[in-house]
Design a protein around this ligand. Structure first.
Ligand code: NAD
Length: 497
């Protein structure tokens, strides 16, 4: 019997009493490495009740104490960086270096959370009327919830619970059922850092458990990252139950290639951004838009991509790993077939990819289509695999119109030597993250990260700089001060009438 992933409820790692368990597999071998439970209704209730109880004391904990918890957590995450990356690469199939990057991006958010005092400070104004001052401060919401996807099992949980908890909330994490060992290790280290009981809970499962969290009267705010269909559902259901919801969803990211781009730099970046992490990144480039003569570089891109070799998590030479599961692989292969049927020219077909020693892995090789049009399914849908679609246009204006017509708006980039072209692109493009000669422009946590259009549902209180807004309420006090108080020797008195 493989290892059973515990639930983390009320400060204890406990064995679930569930009768429903989901196997967690190594995607390069199909070996079952663990079983993850679908938490029972009673276990969900216990987790929610414990988080609600812990909130009563955690919200009164001084801000410097909350910040110190994050400092200790940051140090532990750094100390265990390689160990977490090893767990992560085995269950996701990511290369070790990529797994380390996943953890590191999360550590950066914890570092950001260490600044919680400065980040959550309010504002004051004297004499808003004669002898009346106003000031505002932030207060935590209560029990917050995070529902996370498989593709960044360290970074995305760490986007959420450290900021929410640093703000004074308690948190229930429902990580992806496909790679739950990484978030479990994150929770263990949080306990080691000194997190009080009940401040963080980790429950497992899928739709049923998520529905409980979305509809329970005790939960206040829901953060979700995942696919578009589920993101829409989470946003609709959560807001129907009057929760605060931020839902980061899918993407179709374009790179615009201008004829004056630095060719070799562009090709290296495009290859990494489209095939890296097996295309399983919400910021992966899946469409390259060639303006004018830059289309002449497509054969060189084909050649560069043909040399990219996937491999197992323990192969230091591998460029990227397998798809997360056989269903994801089959879905990608059916898109490749559809692309051919719809009339795109398949310059490189990764459908029959084999990796020596790993016959059962979910391998898909780098795939390149030319002559793609906007009505084709390979253009319209998020494929979430190492498949790059090439589109050719004559002008930058056409490229901008094409990107803005696509329903998604997560990330985009332009490669050019022209400041004027870059400025025009950054100004006119309707996308949340823009890279100029940078292929995957993921901002650091002290900036905002948020998709536009179908890539994000919510009111933009997103990750990073804006997270404090999402995880707190602002209270504004207007106070009249009486001069009499001075003569009576009293301290300042707030008259709330
Ligand atoms: P997913 O939507 O299948 O799953 C995400 C989470 O939702 C998981 O915890 C899962 O258990 C839960 N879930 C699944 N089906 C559900 C349902 N019917 N009802 C309620 N909950 C449900 O996503 P995934 O396959 O794990 O992740 C890949 C997707 O995530 C891609 O679309 C990718 O673009 C997106 N993503 C977006 C961002 C971003 O910042 N915009 C970042 C990373 C990943």
């Amino acid at each position: 019997m493989s290892k059973q992933v515990p639930l983390f409820i009320d400060g204890q790692f406990v064995q679930s009493e569930s009768e429903r368990w989901i196997p967690v597999t190594n995607p390069a071998t199909q070996e079952v490495i663990a079983q993850v439970p679908c938490a029972t209704d009673a276990e969900m209730e216990r987790a929610i009740a414990s988080a609600a109880k812990a909130f009563e004391t955690w919200k009164e904990t001084p801000v410097s104490e909350r910040a110190r918890l994050m400092l200790r957590y940051q140090a532990l995450l750094k100390e265990h960086h390689d160990e977490i990356a090893t767990i992560l690469s085995e269950e996701t199939g990511k290369t070790f270096e990529d797994a380390k990057g996943d953890v590191f991006r999360g550590i950066e958010v914890v570092e950001h959370a260490c600044n919680i005092a400065t980040l959550s400070m309010g504002e004051t104004m004297e004499n808003v009327a004669r002898k009346i001052d106003s000031y505002s401060y932030t207060q935590p919401l209560g029990v917050c919830v995070g529902i996370t996807p498989f593709n960044f099992p360290a970074m995305i949980p760490l986007w959420m619970f450290p900021m929410a908890i640093a703000c004074g909330n308690t948190f229930i994490l429902k990580p992806s059922e496909q790679d739950p060992n990484t978030p479990t290790r994150l929770a263990e280290l949080f306990v080691e850092a000194g997190a009080p009981e009940g401040v963080l809970q980790v429950v497992h499962g899928s739709k049923e458990q998520v529905d409980t969290l979305l509809t329970h009267p005790e939960t206040q705010a829901i953060s979700f990252v995942g696919s578009v269909a589920v993101g829409e559902y989470i946003y609709k259901t959560g807001t129907d139950h009057l929760k605060r919801v931020q839902a980061f969803a899918g993407a179709k990211n374009h790179m615009v290639v201008m004829p004056d781009a630095q060719k070799n730099q562009m090709i290296n970046n495009l290859v990494g951004a489209s095939a890296g992490a097996a295309g399983q990144r919400c910021m992966a480039i899946s469409v390259a838009v060639f303006v004018g003569e830059s289309r002449e570089w497509i054969p060189e891109i084909q050649e560069a991509l043909s040399k990219v070799r996937p491999g197992a998590w323990n192969d230091p030479e591998a460029a990227y790993g397998p798809q997360i599961n056989p269903q994801a692989k089959d879905r990608i292969l059916s898109f490749i077939e559809a692309g051919k049927k719809e009339g795109a020219e398949c310059l490189l077909d990764g459908s029959n990819c084999k990796v020596e020693g790993y016959p059962d892995g979910n391998w898909v090789g780098p795939t390149l289509f030319r002559g793609v049009t906007t009505d084709m399914s390979i253009y319209k849908e998020e494929i979430f695999g190492p498949v790059l679609c090439c589109i050719e246009v004559d002008t930058l204006e056409e490229a901008i119109a094409l990107v803005n017509d696509n329903p998604y708006g997560n990330g985009t980039s332009i490669f050019t030597a022209s400041g004027a072209a870059a400025r025009k692109y950054q100004h006119e493009i309707k996308v949340g993250q823009v890279g100029i000669n940078v292929p995957v422009p993921v901002p650091l946590p002290f900036f905002s990260f948020t998709g536009w259009r179908k890539s994000f549902y919510g009111d933009q209180h997103a990750y990073g700089k804006q997270a404090v807004k999402f995880y707190t309420e602002t209270k504004t006090v207007t106070a009249r001060w009486f001069e009499d108080d001075i003569s009576t020797g009293a301290n300042m008195t707030i008259n709330l009438k």
